[in-house]
Write a new protein. Structure first.
Length: 520
């Protein structure tokens, strides 16, 4: 426990007496830590003092009497003196009686009460050095106690780190040693763990936005903020450009030097642990990619044997395969979170990363898991039909085709199934941007003619093809004369340079018209 003004006043061997009533002092004034005790009779000693110190004086710098002020009012010079001490952050002022003056000037007592500076009497029998030594002994004892605590806390955290769940155990021990909550966010800004586990959720929500800003910068950094009544410290983990997460600590007060040393140890430990985890994850990723190739090539027995040894069984047949393209900056994060999900539910999920494409396999009766994964990772998945492992290559093609069919309407859904795409038949391919571009090029002569002449060649051709080339039926649909329809079709045939009596040409134009409608 550090030296405080109250501890100085409470020691009977010093015989110090408080002259300013505690009731007129700001709350906690007597409990301020005292960093040092210094003696000076200078009219302005503040250039030689630091905040948190106690100043001792014999009062030689004060007027011989209180003639400068009316009774009960502070002397102007004395008031300025006290004001400077308060502004400078001096913890208290001690007045040595019996050296120069028998008692402190009334103006000094009044000024200290007015400005909230504790003033105490140091009796003639107590040398200033005794007060300074008392504070120094307390400071030394406190420093030794904090140093001992630091070593003990670091040792306890190091022992915790040797457990199988080393990082989790170390953070739990840090929370216990500091008596404050501790949380860790992963590289995606997701809360990975928090101790104690009942820490208020709204506190984590308030911290999350700051965590994401720090991770987005990619720079090593620390930050302090206030959340409710807690002082919160945030520290990134990992190297610049390769941040692995953020360590967050919160409590009712700022950390002292001893606590910061312990936190620094944990930051280094966590950074090393996460780097090892990332190295292991990269190795696992390469192994998963190898298993994907084995499964694609039909070597299920070898793939299943390796999977059983490392992760557990593969999802049971029939399985569904899903794919999604992932931005390069999110590949590691996606892999980490899928790895945790696979570890938590062995046998329910297999995944692998191929370049920037993630491939996920689940049992067909666990189809809902794909929706959960897509929502959790903010991915748009294309999913295959149920299949055996032997048909993984074909299923992956189906999944890629389904992923390619994500339109502005379907992107709001987390998963697009190939079965839904196949159910729409060949015309589902008209959603492709390339098909629309080709269709617009084919129909361009008619479109240009309609715009220039206010004609209706495109509309007429569409109706004519829908009516199997019958002029009478087309005329009725358009409310036009059959000769007008014949003339329009002839013009369209001439502009297109194609024989509209051929079935293949008619089919091509019909598909072009359908594809062109996708742009509206």
């Amino acid at each position: 426990m550090p030296a405080t003004v109250r501890r100085l006043l409470g020691d009977p061997t010093l015989g110090l007496r408080l002259l300013t009533p505690e009731a007129v002092l700001p709350g906690g004034s007597l409990n301020r830590p005292v960093s040092w005790v210094h003696g000076s009779d200078l009219a302005d000693p503040t250039p030689f003092l630091s905040a948190g110190q106690v100043l001792l004086t014999t009062g030689a710098q004060f007027p011989a009497d209180d003639a400068h002020g009316a009774p009960g009012e502070p002397d102007v010079l004395v008031d300025d003196y006290v004001t400077r001490l308060v502004v400078h952050g001096i913890a208290a002022l001690g007045f040595g009686t019996g050296v120069v003056r028998a008692e402190p000037p009334r103006s000094l007592v009044t000024a200290c009460g007015t400005h909230g500076l504790p003033l105490f009497e140091v009796p003639y029998s107590t040398p200033f050095i005794a007060v300074a030594r008392f504070a120094a002994d307390i400071a030394a004892t406190d420093a030794y106690a904090r140093s001992t605590w630091t070593l003990r806390a670091q040792r306890a955290i190091a022992v915790a780190a040797t457990r199988p769940d080393g990082l989790r155990a170390a953070l739990a021990e840090l929370s216990h040693q500091l008596d404050r909550w501790v949380a860790m966010f992963d590289a995606a800004g997701t809360l990975a763990m928090v101790f104690p586990t009942n820490t208020a959720g709204h506190t984590m929500n308030a911290v999350r936005s700051a965590v994401k800003r720090m991770l987005h910068s990619g720079l090593r950094a620390s930050k302090h903020m206030t959340v409710g009544e807690d002082t919160v410290t945030l520290q990134t983990l990992g190297a610049r450009g390769l941040l692995h997460g953020v360590l967050v600590l919160g409590g009712p007060a700022e950390l002292d030097d001893a606590a910061r040393q312990v936190v620094t140890t944990v930051v280094a430990l966590a950074g090393l642990s996460l780097e090892q985890v990332h190295a292991l994850d990269r190795a696992r990723g390469q192994l998963r990619h190898g298993l994907l190739r084995l499964l694609t090539n039909g070597d299920r027995d070898l793939a299943e044997m390796v999977s059983n040894e490392v992760w557990g069984p593969l999802p049971s047949e029939p399985v569904m395969t899903a794919v999604a393209d992932v931005p390069a900056g999110r590949v590691e994060t996606i892999a980490e979170r899928l790895e945790r999900r696979a570890t938590d539910a062995p046998g329910r999920l297999f995944f692998a990363i191929d370049s920037n494409r993630v491939i996920i396999c689940v049992a067909a009766d666990d189809r809902d898991a794909l929706g959960e994964i897509a929502g959790d990772l903010e991915l748009h998945l294309g999913a295959s039909e149920p299949h055996e492992w032997a048909n993984l290559a074909r299923a992956r093609v189906q999944a890629e085709q389904a992923a390619g069919q994500l339109t502005s309407e379907s992107r709001h859904a987390s998963v697009t199934d190939f079965s839904a795409i196949a159910g729409r038949g060949m015309l589902s391919l008209l959603h492709e941007p390339t098909a629309r571009t080709v269709a617009q090029s084919i129909l361009m002569p008619l479109t240009v003619h309609d715009l220039a002449n206010a004609s209706q060649l495109v509309e007429t051709l569409r109706s004519w093809l829908a009516n199997n080339g019958e002029y009478e039926a087309t005329a009725r649909d358009l409310g036009a004369h059959r000769h007008t329809v014949r003339a329009r079709i002839a013009t369209a045939e001439r502009l297109l340079g194609r024989d509209l009596t051929a079935f293949a040409i008619r089919a091509e134009l019909w598909v072009a018209l359908m594809a062109a409608e996708e742009t509206t």
